[in-house]
Write a protein that binds this ligand. Structure first.
Ligand SMILES: Cc1cc2nc3c(=O)[nH]c(=O)nc-3n(C[C@H](O)[C@H](O)[C@H](O)COP(=O)(O)OP(=O)(O)OC[C@H]3O[C@@H](n4cnc5c(N)ncnc54)[C@H](O)[C@@H]3O)c2cc1C
Length: 381
């Protein structure tokens, strides 16, 4: 008897089991697919872009209104994951955003809210400071409170996706993939000395996109970002039970702060800036003194009750696309290879829905989620 297709080890391989890959593994396994996940590090590791305790999720999206429908699905999927697993992953806190009335953040929020008919509260900085004792916005800033926002426990989200994927039959392999190749009727993936074969490949490489998705290389840039935690004089009201996350546009910076979730204290960082590095191997664990100085300045302005004692810091990577929007779709000339890349420092909240989109595309070639604005074709890849 003639075989129609050459033998493979697995029908599906997901390469890169971080934020998005763990979700793709879960969605594929849940649908009964024979799937293997490969990663060079264990789930929830701190070498990529999905670590540092917390990630903000929010509904009114200043970056681009087309993310809002994806966010609605993401919220639903995170909640469904909590139900499936019994793990608490998402804590709703609300989000206070502020900046100049004509700045990118405030105008973007108003636009997204208008297009999608979303509820949010516009406040003067004085009213916001009164409502959230401990916050000290500048008089000239405008504020918007979005109650549909909260904190995802980032490492737990990855581990839960992997745990449930395995429960649904997914396998996990530890190792660094050195490359993949589209052969006539199957795809080969080289991991060390070993070659594995699959019918469909999902690549979710985070900052390693340049190695695994070389066609994207000219459109991506990796930035080293440092998050800082401050632990002294932590007023009770700034614990996560009753204090929102905040995000402030301030003269070329976008400072954000998370209420204390444990003894490490309040987490603060700047969404802007960061040193450009040529590969994840350069991430390192050195402290960026100039980022610390700017963050301490923002802490003194926006959370003046919190002392500037640094309890902890960690380095992480943003993989910026040229327009700062995600790149999601089929790899050029490889009908059975789909990928997510260039999450540009705002992708974790979407990990569940991007994982579902990867499962849709690799299993059926299409998805009902509205992702045309994220199509790789916009870069003529
Ligand atoms: C400081 C900081 C703050 C952020 N804040 C927010 C926020 O508040 N809200 C938000 O939504 N987003 C935020 N983001 C962005 C978000 O965290 C990232 O967009 C998201 O986590 C990226 O997920 P990923 O799956 O693409 O990458 P990763 O989670 O890094 O996963 C990629 C995986 O691929 C594996 N891999 C790569 N190459 C290979 C190979 N050759 N062989 C084997 N394995 C390989 C890696 O080991 C890694 O596990 C932040 C990011 C940072 C750095």
């Amino acid at each position: 008897m003639t075989r129609l297709t050459p033998p493979t080890d697995h029908d599906y391989i997901v390469l890169g089991i971080g934020g998005v890959g763990s979700a793709a593994l879960y969605h594929l396994a849940k649908r009964g697919a024979d799937v293997l996940g490969i990663d060079q590090y264990p789930p929830g590791h701190d070498k990529g872009s999905s670590h540092g305790d917390s990630r903000l999720i929010r509904l009114v999206y200043f970056e681009h209104p087309d993310y809002v429908p994806l966010l609605r699905s993401a919220f639903e999927l995170w909640r469904a994951l909590e139900v499936d697993s019994g793990d608490e992953l998402l804590k709703m806190t609300g989000l206070l955003q502020a900046g100049p009335a004509e700045g990118e953040v405030i105008t973007g929020l108003l636009k997204a809210a208008q297009i999608h008919n979303l509820k949010m509260e516009q406040l003067t900085s004085e009213a916001a400071n009164r409502r959230f004792p401990g916050i000290n916005l500048k008089a000239e800033q405008t504020a918007i409170f979005d109650e549909n926002a909260g904190i995802l426990k980032v490492e737990d989200c990855v581990k839960t996706h992997v745990k449930l994927a395995q429960k649904h039959g997914a396998r996990l392999k530890s190792g660094q993939a050195i490359g993949w190749e589209q052969e006539k009727n199957r795809i080969s993936v080289s991991v060390g000395e070993e070659t594995l074969y699959c019918q469909k490949l999902v690549i979710t490489p985070g900052a390693w996109a340049g190695d695994l998705l070389p066609a994207l290389n000219p459109f991506l840039e990796i930035r080293r970002k440092t998050m800082f935690w401050f632990d002294k004089h932590l007023p009770q009201h700034q614990l996560h039970n009753n204090f929102p996350v905040f995000f402030v546009e301030d003269e070329g910076h976008n400072f954000y702060g998370f209420p204390a979730m444990d003894k490490k204290g309040v987490k603060m960082a700047d969404h802007q800036g960061g040193e450009v590095i040529s590969s994840p191997a350069e991430l390192g664990d050195s402290l960026d003194a100039s980022a610390l100085l700017k963050t301490v300045g923002a802490l003194a302005q926006y959370l003046p009750d919190v002392g500037d004692h640094l309890a902890h810091y960690t380095n992480c990577m943003y993989t910026m696309s040229h327009d700062e929007h995600f790149i999601v779709g089929q790899y050029p000339s490889s009908a059975n290879v789909h990928f997510v890349a260039g999450l540009s420092g705002h992708g974790f909240k979407f990990a569940t829905v991007l994982g579902q989109i990867m499962a849709d595309l690799s299993m059926t070639g299409k998805t009902q989620h509205p992702i045309s604005f994220l199509d790789p074709d916009r870069f003529q890849i």
